[in-house]
Design a protein around this ligand. Structure first.
Ligand code: ACO
Length: 282
C-alpha cells in the first residue's frame, strides 16, 4: 500500500489514517483506544480529508472504516458532548455543523463512490455516516446499536431520519425505543448494510465491491448516485422532469461519451452485451 504524497502535507494522521491501494482510499477512524468514538479532532480531520480526496487521483473509491475491532462507538461522550457543554453556542454550533458536513451532507453527495466497511462496534452517531455512504458491507459479527435511549438522549443529528430512510418504520421504532443491539447479519436483513460477510472476508469483499465500482464510467456513476439521493423525496412528476434533465446533463458532460460508445459496441460491433457487463472503456 502507498502511504501519503510526499510533496504535499496531508490532512490525516492524527485521528484518522488514510492508505491508498489501487484506486481505493482506505480511511480509518483511528482512535482504537476510544473505540473510534468521534471527537472534534476526527470531525475537523474528516472534513479536510474529504476535501483532499476529492481531488486526489489515488482515490477512485473512498472506504470508511475503523482501526482495531471497532467501526465507531458513535459520538465521543466526553469530548464531543460534555466538553462542549460550557463552550459558547456559536463555537459549539460550528462544531456540530462541521460534523453534519462530513457525516452526511458531504458524504451523501460526495463526487466519488463511498463504502462503509463495518468491522465492529457501530453505535449512535456512526449511523449517520453509515447511511450517508453509498454502500455498506459489515462483518457478520459486528455489533450495531441505537444506544441513545440507554443514556437519556434521543437519536438526534439526523440519526432518526437516516435509519428511517433505510429501515422499515417498525424496525426503526423498535431499535430506537429499545436500544437493543443487533449483529451484521441482522443489519443486512434490515437493509442497513448491503451485505454481511464473515469477518475474515470483510476486506476482500469490500475490495471487490470497490473494484466493481471502479470498472464503471466515473462521471455516470456520480450522476447516477446523485440522482438516486435527490429522486427519493420527489413526486413522480418531479422525478420524471428532474431525471430527464439529469440524463441530458450526463450525456452532454460525460467526458467518455459512454452512451454512444456503449451503443456502438453493442449495436455496431456486437462486441458486448450491456445486460451482462460494462462497455470497454478507454
Ligand atoms: N465516547 C467516549 N468514550 C468512549 C466511547 C464514546 N462513545 N466509547 C468508548 N469509549 C471509551 C471508554 O470510555 C473507554 O475509555 P477508558 O479506557 O478511558 O475507560 C474506552 O473507550 C474503551 O471502552 P470500553 O467500554 O472499556 O470498551 P469495550 O470494548 O468493553 O466496550 C463499547 C465497547 C460497547 C463500544 C462501549 O465502550 C460503549 O458502550 N461505548 C459507548 C457507545 C455509545 O453508546 N455511543 C454513543 C452513541 S450516542 C451518539 O453517538 C449520539
Amino acid at each position: 500500500m502507498q502511504q501519503e504524497n510526499a510533496s504535499k502535507p496531508s490532512p490525516w494522521g492524527e485521528n484518522v489514517s488514510v492508505e491508498f491501494e489501487d484506486g481505493i482510499a482506505w480511511v480509518s477512524l483511528n482512535r482504537p483506544q476510544r473505540r473510534n468514538a468521534i471527537n472534534p479532532g476526527i470531525v475537523w480531520e474528516m472534513n479536510a480529508i474529504m476535501d483532499a480526496l476529492e481531488e486526489d487521483e489515488r482515490c477512485k473509491v473512498m472506504v470508511v472504516t475503523g482501526s482495531g475491532d471497532s467501526f465507531s462507538a458513535g459520538m465521543d461522550l466526553k469530548e464531543y458532548f460534555r466538553a462542549q457543554d460550557g463552550v459558547p453556542p456559536i463555537q459549539r454550533e460550528r462544531l456540530f455543523r462541521a460534523n453534519a458536513a462530513w457525516q452526511w451532507r458531504r458524504m451523501m453527495y460526495y463526487p466519488k463512490p463511498t463504502i462503509s466497511m463495518v468491522n465492529g462496534w457501530c453505535f449512535g452517531g456512526a449511523f449517520q455516516f453509515l447511511v450517508g455512504s453509498d454502500l455498506a458491507v459489515a462483518a457478520e459479527d459486528a455489533t450495531f446499536g441505537l444506544s441513545e435511549i440507554n443514556w437519556g438522549i434521543i437519536p438526534a443529528g439526523v440519526v432518526t431520519k437516516a435509519v428511517l430512510q433505510v429501515m422499515s418504520f417498525r424496525d426503526a421504532m423498535y431499535y430506537i425505543m429499545t436500544g437493543e443491539t443487533f449483529d451484521g447479519r441482522k443489519a443486512a436483513e434490515l437493509k442497513l448494510v448491503n451485505k454481511a460477510v464473515p469477518r475474515d472476508d470483510l476486506r476482500e469483499a469490500t475490495r471487490e465491491l470497490a473494484k466493481t465500482l471502479m470498472g464503471k464510467n466515473p462521471f455516470v456513476l456520480r450522476q447516477a448516485k446523485t440522482a438516486c439521493r435527490f429522486t427519493a423525496d420527489l413526486s413522480w412528476d418531479q422525478a420524471a422532469e428532474y431525471l430527464m434533465a439529469k440524463s441530458d446533463q450526463t450525456e452532454f458532460r460525460d467526458p467518455e461519451n459512454g452512451r454512444n460508445v456503449g451503443m456502438s459496441q453493442f449495436l455496431d460491433e456486437k462486441s458486448f452485451r450491456p445486460g451482462l457487463e460494462g462497455y470497454r472503456r478507454g
